[in-house]
Design a protein around this ligand. Sequence first.
Ligand SMILES: Nc1ncnc2c1ncn2[C@@H]1O[C@H](COP(=O)(O)OP(=O)(O)OP(=O)(O)O)[C@@H](O)[C@H]1O
Length: 304
Amino acid sequence: MDKAIQLEKLAKTYGRRRGLVDLTLDVERGEVFGYLGPNGAGKSTTIRLLLDLIRPSGGRATVLGLDPRGDAVELHRRIGYLAGDFTVDGRQTVRECLTFLAALRGGVPERRIDALAERLGLEPAPRIRSLSKGNRQKVGLVQAFMHQPELLILDEPTSGLDPLVQHVFLDLVREARADGRTVFMSSHVMSEVQAVADRVAIIREGRLVTVDTVAALRERAVRTVELHFDGPAPAEEFRRLPGVTEVEVDGSRLRCRIAGSPDALVKTAARYTVTGLLCEEPDLEELFFTYYRNGAGHDDRVAA
Ligand SMILES: Nc1ncnc2c1ncn2[C@@H]1O[C@H](COP(=O)(O)OP(=O)(O)OP(=O)(O)O)[C@@H](O)[C@H]1O
Protein backbone atom coordinates (compact mmCIF):
# COMPACT_ATOMS: atom_id res chain seq x y z
CA MET A 1 0.00 0.00 0.00
CA ASP A 2 1.05 3.61 -0.50
CA LYS A 3 2.81 5.38 2.29
CA ALA A 4 0.79 8.04 4.08
CA ILE A 5 3.52 10.56 3.31
CA GLN A 6 6.56 10.20 1.09
CA LEU A 7 9.11 12.97 0.76
CA GLU A 8 12.00 12.82 -1.68
CA LYS A 9 14.66 15.50 -1.40
CA LEU A 10 11.95 18.02 -0.64
CA ALA A 11 13.43 21.52 -0.53
CA LYS A 12 12.18 25.02 0.07
CA THR A 13 14.03 28.31 0.00
CA TYR A 14 12.48 31.65 0.83
CA GLY A 15 14.48 33.97 -1.42
CA ARG A 16 17.98 33.30 -0.15
CA ARG A 17 16.76 31.96 3.18
CA ARG A 18 16.78 28.29 3.96
CA GLY A 19 13.42 26.72 4.73
CA LEU A 20 13.98 23.03 4.12
CA VAL A 21 16.98 21.16 2.67
CA ASP A 22 16.59 17.89 0.72
CA LEU A 23 14.23 16.18 3.12
CA THR A 24 13.72 12.48 2.45
CA LEU A 25 11.26 10.79 4.75
CA ASP A 26 8.44 8.21 4.75
CA VAL A 27 5.47 8.07 7.08
CA GLU A 28 3.70 4.71 7.14
CA ARG A 29 -0.06 4.39 7.11
CA GLY A 30 -1.49 3.89 10.58
CA GLU A 31 1.44 5.29 12.50
CA VAL A 32 1.70 8.26 14.81
CA PHE A 33 4.71 10.22 13.63
CA GLY A 34 6.27 12.95 15.76
CA TYR A 35 8.04 15.75 13.93
CA LEU A 36 10.33 17.55 16.30
CA GLY A 37 12.59 20.56 16.07
CA PRO A 38 13.34 23.92 17.62
CA ASN A 39 11.82 27.19 16.42
CA GLY A 40 12.70 27.88 12.82
CA ALA A 41 13.76 24.27 12.12
CA GLY A 42 11.39 23.91 9.17
CA LYS A 43 8.43 22.05 10.70
CA SER A 44 5.73 24.43 9.48
CA THR A 45 7.45 24.72 6.11
CA THR A 46 7.25 20.94 5.69
CA ILE A 47 3.60 20.86 6.72
CA ARG A 48 2.66 23.72 4.39
CA LEU A 49 4.36 21.89 1.53
CA LEU A 50 2.32 18.75 2.31
CA LEU A 51 -0.87 20.77 1.99
CA ASP A 52 0.21 22.74 -1.10
CA LEU A 53 -0.08 25.98 0.87
CA ILE A 54 3.40 26.77 -0.43
CA ARG A 55 5.31 25.30 -3.37
CA PRO A 56 8.62 23.41 -3.12
CA SER A 57 11.85 24.74 -4.59
CA GLY A 58 12.90 21.16 -5.32
CA GLY A 59 12.11 17.51 -4.70
CA ARG A 60 8.74 15.82 -4.32
CA ALA A 61 6.04 15.19 -1.77
CA THR A 62 3.41 12.46 -2.12
CA VAL A 63 0.52 12.39 0.35
CA LEU A 64 -1.87 9.40 0.50
CA GLY A 65 -0.38 8.41 -2.85
CA LEU A 66 -1.43 11.74 -4.38
CA ASP A 67 0.29 14.92 -5.49
CA PRO A 68 -0.44 17.79 -3.09
CA ARG A 69 -0.52 20.19 -6.03
CA GLY A 70 -2.63 18.33 -8.59
CA ASP A 71 -4.92 16.57 -6.11
CA ALA A 72 -5.31 19.37 -3.57
CA VAL A 73 -9.13 19.26 -3.40
CA GLU A 74 -9.30 15.51 -2.78
CA LEU A 75 -6.46 15.67 -0.28
CA HIS A 76 -8.03 18.46 1.74
CA ARG A 77 -11.14 16.28 2.09
CA ARG A 78 -9.15 13.27 3.30
CA ILE A 79 -6.83 15.19 5.63
CA GLY A 80 -7.53 16.82 8.99
CA TYR A 81 -5.25 19.82 9.29
CA LEU A 82 -4.51 22.02 12.25
CA ALA A 83 -2.37 25.01 11.32
CA GLY A 84 0.24 26.32 13.73
CA ASP A 85 -1.46 29.71 13.46
CA PHE A 86 -5.05 28.42 13.32
CA THR A 87 -7.35 31.40 12.73
CA VAL A 88 -11.05 31.63 11.92
CA ASP A 89 -13.67 34.36 11.75
CA GLY A 90 -13.76 35.87 15.25
CA ARG A 91 -17.37 37.05 14.88
CA GLN A 92 -18.77 33.52 14.69
CA THR A 93 -19.73 31.50 17.74
CA VAL A 94 -17.89 28.24 18.31
CA ARG A 95 -20.92 26.29 17.07
CA GLU A 96 -21.37 28.46 13.95
CA CYS A 97 -17.71 28.14 13.13
CA LEU A 98 -17.64 24.36 13.50
CA THR A 99 -20.93 23.92 11.58
CA PHE A 100 -19.52 26.06 8.78
CA LEU A 101 -16.26 24.08 8.62
CA ALA A 102 -18.21 20.80 8.79
CA ALA A 103 -20.32 21.91 5.79
CA LEU A 104 -17.12 22.62 3.84
CA ARG A 105 -16.13 19.00 4.43
CA GLY A 106 -19.44 17.71 3.08
CA GLY A 107 -21.19 17.52 6.46
CA VAL A 108 -20.31 15.95 9.79
CA PRO A 109 -22.90 14.52 12.25
CA GLU A 110 -23.58 17.19 14.88
CA ARG A 111 -23.34 14.69 17.71
CA ARG A 112 -19.75 13.93 16.70
CA ILE A 113 -18.85 17.62 16.87
CA ASP A 114 -20.62 17.94 20.24
CA ALA A 115 -18.90 14.86 21.63
CA LEU A 116 -15.45 16.15 20.64
CA ALA A 117 -16.17 19.64 22.04
CA GLU A 118 -17.41 18.15 25.29
CA ARG A 119 -14.35 15.92 25.72
CA LEU A 120 -12.09 18.92 25.22
CA GLY A 121 -14.21 21.13 27.48
CA LEU A 122 -15.14 23.57 24.70
CA GLU A 123 -18.36 25.61 25.13
CA PRO A 124 -20.36 26.04 21.88
CA ALA A 125 -21.95 29.44 22.63
CA PRO A 126 -19.09 31.99 22.99
CA ARG A 127 -17.85 34.01 20.06
CA ILE A 128 -14.46 32.94 18.76
CA ARG A 129 -12.94 36.37 19.41
CA SER A 130 -13.75 36.10 23.13
CA LEU A 131 -11.91 32.80 23.50
CA SER A 132 -8.55 32.30 25.20
CA LYS A 133 -5.67 30.92 23.12
CA GLY A 134 -6.23 27.45 24.58
CA ASN A 135 -9.93 27.45 23.73
CA ARG A 136 -9.22 28.59 20.17
CA GLN A 137 -6.79 25.71 19.89
CA LYS A 138 -9.60 23.37 20.97
CA VAL A 139 -11.73 24.68 18.08
CA GLY A 140 -8.78 23.87 15.82
CA LEU A 141 -8.57 20.34 17.20
CA VAL A 142 -12.29 19.66 16.84
CA GLN A 143 -12.28 20.78 13.19
CA ALA A 144 -9.20 18.62 12.47
CA PHE A 145 -10.68 15.45 14.00
CA MET A 146 -14.41 15.83 13.30
CA HIS A 147 -14.59 14.28 9.83
CA GLN A 148 -12.49 11.29 10.92
CA PRO A 149 -9.87 11.88 8.23
CA GLU A 150 -7.48 9.12 7.22
CA LEU A 151 -4.51 11.46 7.78
CA LEU A 152 -4.19 14.08 10.50
CA ILE A 153 -1.53 16.74 10.02
CA LEU A 154 -1.19 18.76 13.19
CA ASP A 155 1.21 21.68 13.59
CA GLU A 156 2.04 22.20 17.28
CA PRO A 157 -1.35 20.78 18.33
CA THR A 158 -0.89 21.14 22.09
CA SER A 159 0.23 24.75 22.02
CA GLY A 160 -1.72 26.66 24.68
CA LEU A 161 -3.50 23.59 26.09
CA ASP A 162 -3.43 22.87 29.81
CA PRO A 163 -2.10 19.44 30.91
CA LEU A 164 -5.59 17.97 31.37
CA VAL A 165 -6.66 18.87 27.85
CA GLN A 166 -3.30 17.67 26.53
CA HIS A 167 -4.21 14.26 27.92
CA VAL A 168 -7.55 14.30 26.12
CA PHE A 169 -5.72 15.25 22.93
CA LEU A 170 -3.28 12.34 23.32
CA ASP A 171 -6.27 10.00 23.80
CA LEU A 172 -7.79 11.31 20.55
CA VAL A 173 -4.52 10.58 18.78
CA ARG A 174 -4.40 7.03 20.20
CA GLU A 175 -8.00 6.44 19.15
CA ALA A 176 -7.22 7.69 15.62
CA ARG A 177 -4.36 5.20 15.41
CA ALA A 178 -6.56 2.40 16.75
CA ASP A 179 -8.94 3.18 13.85
CA GLY A 180 -6.05 2.75 11.41
CA ARG A 181 -5.62 6.45 10.73
CA THR A 182 -2.25 8.22 10.43
CA VAL A 183 -1.16 11.15 12.56
CA PHE A 184 1.72 13.45 11.66
CA MET A 185 2.27 15.97 14.43
CA SER A 186 4.92 18.60 14.93
CA SER A 187 6.16 19.75 18.29
CA HIS A 188 9.15 21.27 19.98
CA VAL A 189 8.51 19.23 23.13
CA MET A 190 9.77 15.66 23.22
CA SER A 191 7.73 14.57 26.25
CA GLU A 192 4.30 14.85 24.64
CA VAL A 193 5.48 13.22 21.44
CA GLN A 194 7.22 10.30 23.12
CA ALA A 195 4.00 9.55 24.99
CA VAL A 196 2.13 8.80 21.80
CA ALA A 197 4.39 8.54 18.74
CA ASP A 198 5.57 5.32 17.12
CA ARG A 199 8.41 7.11 15.37
CA VAL A 200 10.01 10.47 15.74
CA ALA A 201 11.97 12.61 13.29
CA ILE A 202 14.15 15.42 14.56
CA ILE A 203 14.92 18.31 12.23
CA ARG A 204 17.26 21.16 12.76
CA GLU A 205 18.10 24.07 10.46
CA GLY A 206 15.97 22.60 7.70
CA ARG A 207 17.69 19.21 7.72
CA LEU A 208 16.70 15.82 9.03
CA VAL A 209 18.98 14.93 11.93
CA THR A 210 17.53 11.56 12.85
CA VAL A 211 14.44 9.43 12.50
CA ASP A 212 13.81 6.43 14.69
CA THR A 213 11.29 4.59 16.80
CA VAL A 214 10.69 5.99 20.26
CA ALA A 215 11.92 2.66 21.65
CA ALA A 216 15.25 2.97 19.81
CA LEU A 217 15.66 6.59 20.88
CA ARG A 218 15.09 5.47 24.43
CA GLU A 219 17.92 2.95 24.09
CA ARG A 220 20.24 5.66 22.81
CA ALA A 221 19.31 8.15 25.51
CA VAL A 222 21.30 8.91 28.63
CA ARG A 223 20.06 7.44 31.89
CA THR A 224 21.12 7.88 35.49
CA VAL A 225 22.07 4.78 37.44
CA GLU A 226 22.65 4.49 41.18
CA LEU A 227 24.37 1.47 42.70
CA HIS A 228 24.85 0.58 46.36
CA PHE A 229 27.68 -1.76 47.33
CA ASP A 230 28.46 -3.62 50.53
CA GLY A 231 31.77 -1.72 50.76
CA PRO A 232 33.46 1.35 49.24
CA ALA A 233 32.18 1.99 45.69
CA PRO A 234 34.84 1.17 43.04
CA ALA A 235 34.64 4.54 41.26
CA GLU A 236 37.72 4.17 39.02
CA GLU A 237 36.45 0.96 37.44
CA PHE A 238 33.25 2.71 36.41
CA ARG A 239 34.97 5.86 35.13
CA ARG A 240 36.82 3.71 32.61
CA LEU A 241 33.65 2.21 31.10
CA PRO A 242 32.45 3.29 27.63
CA GLY A 243 29.49 5.68 27.71
CA VAL A 244 29.75 6.26 31.47
CA THR A 245 30.08 9.86 32.66
CA GLU A 246 29.60 11.98 35.77
CA VAL A 247 30.61 9.26 38.20
CA GLU A 248 29.96 10.45 41.76
CA VAL A 249 30.75 8.43 44.85
CA ASP A 250 29.47 8.84 48.36
CA GLY A 251 30.86 6.02 50.51
CA SER A 252 29.28 2.81 49.27
CA ARG A 253 26.92 4.62 46.87
CA LEU A 254 27.85 5.33 43.25
CA ARG A 255 25.84 7.46 40.83
CA CYS A 256 26.65 7.87 37.17
CA ARG A 257 25.17 8.62 33.77
CA ILE A 258 25.19 6.03 31.03
CA ALA A 259 24.56 6.53 27.32
CA GLY A 260 23.69 3.53 25.17
CA SER A 261 23.95 -0.08 26.30
CA PRO A 262 24.26 -0.64 30.06
CA ASP A 263 25.88 -4.06 29.49
CA ALA A 264 29.46 -3.17 30.52
CA LEU A 265 28.20 -1.32 33.57
CA VAL A 266 26.08 -4.26 34.72
CA LYS A 267 28.94 -6.74 34.21
CA THR A 268 31.35 -4.53 36.15
CA ALA A 269 28.87 -4.10 39.00
CA ALA A 270 28.32 -7.85 39.07
CA ARG A 271 31.94 -8.39 40.16
CA TYR A 272 31.02 -6.78 43.51
CA THR A 273 28.20 -7.29 45.97
CA VAL A 274 25.39 -4.96 44.95
CA THR A 275 22.95 -4.16 47.75
CA GLY A 276 20.78 -1.70 45.84
CA LEU A 277 20.10 -0.56 42.28
CA LEU A 278 18.17 2.38 40.89
CA CYS A 279 17.87 3.14 37.19
CA GLU A 280 15.99 6.24 36.12
CA GLU A 281 13.90 6.50 32.96
CA PRO A 282 16.06 7.62 30.05
CA ASP A 283 15.82 11.33 29.46
CA LEU A 284 14.69 11.69 25.85
CA GLU A 285 14.31 15.42 26.27
CA GLU A 286 18.04 15.58 26.91
CA LEU A 287 18.81 13.45 23.85
CA PHE A 288 16.62 15.80 21.87
CA PHE A 289 18.50 18.85 23.14
CA THR A 290 21.79 17.27 22.15
CA TYR A 291 20.46 17.03 18.60
CA TYR A 292 19.12 20.57 18.91
CA ARG A 293 22.37 22.09 19.94
CA ASN A 294 24.95 20.49 17.71
CA GLY A 295 23.34 17.78 15.64
CA ALA A 296 25.47 15.28 17.57
CA GLY A 297 25.01 11.71 16.48
CA HIS A 298 24.03 12.79 12.97
CA ASP A 299 22.68 9.68 11.40
CA ASP A 300 23.11 9.35 7.66
CA ARG A 301 21.13 6.11 7.53
CA VAL A 302 17.98 8.08 8.08
CA ALA A 303 17.98 9.53 4.61
CA ALA A 304 18.30 6.10 2.99
N1 LIG B 1 7.34 33.23 4.65
C1 LIG B 1 8.62 33.16 4.96
N2 LIG B 1 9.53 34.04 4.48
C2 LIG B 1 10.84 33.95 4.77
N3 LIG B 1 11.37 33.01 5.56
C3 LIG B 1 10.53 32.11 6.10
C4 LIG B 1 9.11 32.13 5.83
N4 LIG B 1 8.53 31.10 6.49
C5 LIG B 1 9.53 30.47 7.13
N5 LIG B 1 10.72 31.08 6.91
C6 LIG B 1 12.03 30.66 7.43
O1 LIG B 1 12.19 29.27 7.20
C7 LIG B 1 12.79 28.62 8.32
C8 LIG B 1 11.87 27.51 8.80
O2 LIG B 1 10.69 28.09 9.36
P1 LIG B 1 9.44 27.25 9.86
O3 LIG B 1 8.35 28.21 10.20
O4 LIG B 1 9.16 26.17 8.90
O5 LIG B 1 10.03 26.60 11.20
P2 LIG B 1 9.30 25.81 12.37
O6 LIG B 1 10.14 24.63 12.65
O7 LIG B 1 7.87 25.60 12.04
O8 LIG B 1 9.43 26.84 13.57
P3 LIG B 1 8.37 27.26 14.72
O9 LIG B 1 8.47 26.21 15.77
O10 LIG B 1 8.94 28.57 15.16
O11 LIG B 1 7.03 27.38 14.08
C9 LIG B 1 13.04 29.72 9.34
O12 LIG B 1 14.38 30.14 9.21
C10 LIG B 1 12.09 30.82 8.94
O13 LIG B 1 12.62 32.08 9.28
